[in-house]
Ligand binder design. Structure first.
Ligand code: PLP
Length: 394
């Protein structure tokens, strides 16, 4: 008898894990490795949020809450969506869960039947395909090239739709490319969704990390018709540097949200009560620290981008959001004697002592992803090491 269920047999571990494990091993052996793999802000959670969390515990808010989230937190989220995104939701259209990741997992469980297709633009966040497959769905990939700034077009979407297509995932700003869809691009995509009767899963977790004066635009705010078929996903992990608190949410169609809440009531119960109180403060309190962190990321990007682009054989499109750079390094890998970017990444780690994530994990094997959620000092040293490595082997 086999030990494991069929559904987990094709599950691939997150692409960042292998490299992180190797980097840790090197560090344990006393080697000074610079890690650019992290997907989280390097700042502590702002003090007003820490204080609110502590206060809530001392007041005795240490018990279960409703499975879908505290009414006061749903209200804070509703107010945030109205204030920032000009969107009106009711409490039964909001589910608070254990990070945006698990909220997405729950969403795919409730919307997908066996064989339903979900359109996933390449490059994609590593968990989308696995979550879709775990729900019995079939990922259908649409590739966006660097010439189209790693964004799919409405025509590409239309061509990928079949009678089995249930949803399309849009992640803007994007992990791993840092690209941001314009309002016009989103309108064109939404038109296809309406025409073909698709749900839009809009992952807006990097909403607050936008540069060059750009403002976030949620696809759900195009029209009532588009809003009705959009499940908006967001959370406080990246905006408020709260990755470890594990709070994310979904906003959308009440029937879907109620079903997600029922599923959560049997799978997780409520997200951690203290984290919910922390998130109430994150949204109702001062947003100054959100802007301070964003500005810090932007200044790092401005410093590091030209230096990275100057490494021979690295081609980088300047991102407009999130905290990742996605250089195409196929030429650098080839000119330094590696047959694949994956091998080049291993050599960068073991010989140059810089840990980056191979783009193969995001569906774009000619690229590497590096995160600038680390100090400028680390970033400059990492780029110096990569530059020396490439030039010495060229
Ligand atoms: N969506 C994207 C695109 C992400 O990059 C991440 C985190 O890396 C998440 C969702 C998950 O966020 P959370 O920490 O809230 O689960």
């Amino acid at each position: 008898r086999e030990l494991l269920a069929n559904r987990v047999k094709t599950l691939t571990p997150s692409a960042t894990l292998a490299i992180t494990a190797k980097a840790k091993e090197l560090k344990a052996n006393g080697i000074d490795v610079i890690g650019l793999g992290a997907g989280e802000p390097d700042f502590n959670t702002p003090k007003n949020i820490l204080d609110a969390a502590a206060e809530s515990m001392y007041q005795g808010h240490t018990k279960y809450t409703p499975a879908g989230g505290l009414p006061a937190l749903k209200k804070a989220i509703i107010d945030k969506l109205a204030r920032d995104n000009h969107l009106a939701y009711k409490p039964n259209e909001i589910l608070v869960g254990i990070g945006a990741k698990h909220v997405l997992y729950t969403l795919f469980q409730v919307i997908l039947n066996e064989g339903d297709e979900v359109i996933i633009p390449i490059p994609y966040w590593v968990s989308y395909p696995e979550q879709v497959k775990l729900a019995g769905g079939v990922p259908v990939y649409v590739e966006s090239t660097s010439e189209q700034n790693f964004k799919i077009t409405a025509d590409q979407l239309r061509n990928a739709v079949t009678p089995k297509t249930k949803a399309v995932i849009i992640n803007s700003p994007s992990n791993p490319s840092g690209m941001v869809y314009t309002r016009e691009e989103l309108i064109a995509i939404a038109e296809v969704a309406v025409e073909k009767d698709l749900l839009i899963v809009s992952d807006e977790i990097y909403e607050k990390l936008l540069y060059n004066g750009l403002e976030h635009f949620s696809v759900a705010s195009i029209s009532e018709e588009v809003k009705a078929r959009t499940i908006l996903i967001n959370g406080v992990a990246k905006s408020h540097s709260m990755t470890g608190w594990r709070i994310g949410y979904a906003a959308g169609n009440a029937e879907i949200i109620e079903s997600m809440t029922d599923l959560a009531s049997h799978s997780t119960s409520n997200p951690t009560t203290t984290s919910q109180y922390a998130t109430i403060e994150a949204y109702n309190g001062s947003q100054d620290s959100v802007e301070e962190m964003r500005a810090a990321f932007e200044s790092r990007l401005e410093t590091i981008y030209p230096k990275l682009n100057a490494i021979p054989g690295f081609k980088v499109i300047k991102p407009h959001g999130a905290f990742y750079l996605l250089p195409d390094v196929s030429e650098a890998a080839q000119k330094t004697g590696y047959t694949s970017v994956d091998e080049f990444v291993t050599a960068l780690l073991t010989e140059a002592n810089v840990a980056v994530v191979p783009g193969s994990g995001f569906g774009l094997p000619s690229t590497i992803r590096l995160s600038y959620a680390t100090s400028l000092e680390n970033l400059e040293e990492a780029v110096r090491r990569m530059d020396n490595f490439v030039r010495s082997k060229w």
